[in-house]
Write a protein that binds this ligand. Structure first.
Ligand code: PLP
Length: 386
């Protein structure tokens, strides 16, 4: 089976991890700060906190941005469940804004309409909006930022798919139009630490809060304590935090992987361009990249033209998998999940998210993919659809 995604680990990555294993500290050593520094440089942002997953990063960012019980936050329905779950972890209510059918990202026009409707009808307005950069392409952040200023909400970019991408010529992660940005380092993502995530922000206050919360709410800094330390062993718990720390083993892998970010992206771009070219005669819709964006192609998602096919979406899927091509579907609209159905979304449906779910299919794309493997995917798809 050709997988839809796969990590790329080389000898340098292995030695970086082995070096940490043979050192005095396998957690809370030098590699975590080194990885944070490297990420800050790549993204041109002052503050980075790495954690054990993007899910933890989203949770801490929501908390640090002040989300709590009684608040509401809005996100995209076409995303992994973590983009919405982080809101629920804070005891806040979730709502969804429909996507743009071309980019699959949260649509600023639908957001503007929903904000105006809620404002006029006394319905809850969001304290926070979480746009998701689907497939590695940034959302239309300047439009979302304008609405944030108009309606007074905060913005947290879920850039789990998008490290290395750029928007209006600036790196995703620089927080030009947001309060914080989250990356994921899960193995299928652009760079990996096994499991891992990061929160990036321009705000020292937000970064300090995340740093505290990722390690139980504990500080060892005498300046932050409410009294003189009893001795060198002393620490204080200032808030109810978590153990969301990244290990040095993971961070060392991250530093090593980040050195190949450019190569990973270049390979993904070449493979994506090749898909787009070679699929031009196959009856399907290829993905588009908006003018302001440079995508890193975490995912290559096509949409089937079901009206022109005699097969169903499910049949195309099953035939592809039967023929050894590991296609996938990113994602089932989050409000369709039983947990969300039971939490107020019983009869809820957003038209573009629904249409997307009927037609979308993720084709394999990963740095080590060969042209031969890609040709197999294209030929198999063309054969099934013809
Ligand atoms: C858009 C999005 N957000 C958040 C996450 C959660 O990432 P992690 O697995 O690092 O917790 C994922 C993971 O797939 C994702 O795709």
């Amino acid at each position: 089976m050709i997988p839809y995604g796969q990590q790329s680990i080389n000898d340098a990555d292995v030695s970086a991890v082995v070096d940490v294993l043979q050192s005095d500290y396998i957690t809370q050593g030098n590699s975590v700060p080194a990885f944070e520094k490297a990420l800050a440089t790549v993204c041109n942002v002052p503050h980075v906190n790495v954690v054990n997953s993007a899910t933890s990063a989203l949770h801490l960012a929501c908390k640090a941005l002040g989300l709590g019980p009684g608040d509401t936050a809005w996100t995209s329905p076409v995303t992994f469940v973590a983009s919405a779950n982080c809101i629920r972890y804070c005891g806040a209510q979730v709502d969804f804004v429909d996507i743009d059918p071309e980019t699959f990202n949260l649509c600023p026009k639908r957001l503007a309409e929903k904000l105006s409707h809620h404002s006029k009808n006394g319905l809850p307005l969001p304290k926070l909006v979480i746009p998701v950069h689907m497939c590695g392409q940034s959302c239309d952040m300047s439009s979302i930022h304008k609405l944030a200023q108009q309606y007074g909400f905060k913005v947290l970019e879920d850039a789990a798919h998008a490290i290395g991408a750029s928007y209006q010529g600036h790196p995703v992660g620089c927080c030009e139009y947001s309060d914080a940005v989250v990356f994921s380092f899960h193995p299928v993502k652009i760079v990996t630490t096994g499991e891992g995530g990061a929160v990036l922000t321009q705000s020292r206050e937000v970064a300090d809060r995340i740093e505290l919360l990722r390690s139980h709410g504990i500080t060892r800094d005498p300046e932050k304590m409410d009294r003189e330390p009893d001795g060198g062993w002393y620490y204080q718990q200032l808030d109810l935090g978590f153990n969301y720390r990244m290990t040095d083993l993971q961070a060392a892998l991250g530093v090593s992987q980040l050195k190949r970010l450019g190569t990973f992206i270049e390979t993904r771009r070449q493979l994506a361009a090749r898909y787009t070219k070679l699929l031009s005669d196959v009856p399907l819709k290829v993905p588009k990249v908006a003018n302001a964006c440079s995508s890193v192609w975490h995912l290559y998602v096509i949409r089937l033209k079901l009206e022109e096919l005699s097969l169903s979406h499910k049949e195309v899927f099953e035939q592809m998998r039967d023929m050894g091509v590991g296609v996938n579907l990113h994602y089932i609209p989050v409000y369709q999940q039983p947990y969300y159905r039971q939490s107020g979304f019983q009869d809820f449906a957003l038209p573009e998210a629904e249409a997307y779910y009927q037609e979308a299919m993720t084709l394999p794309l990963f740095p080590a993919m060969t042209e031969l493997q890609q040709d197999t995917v294209i030929k198999t798809l063309a054969k099934i659809l013809s």
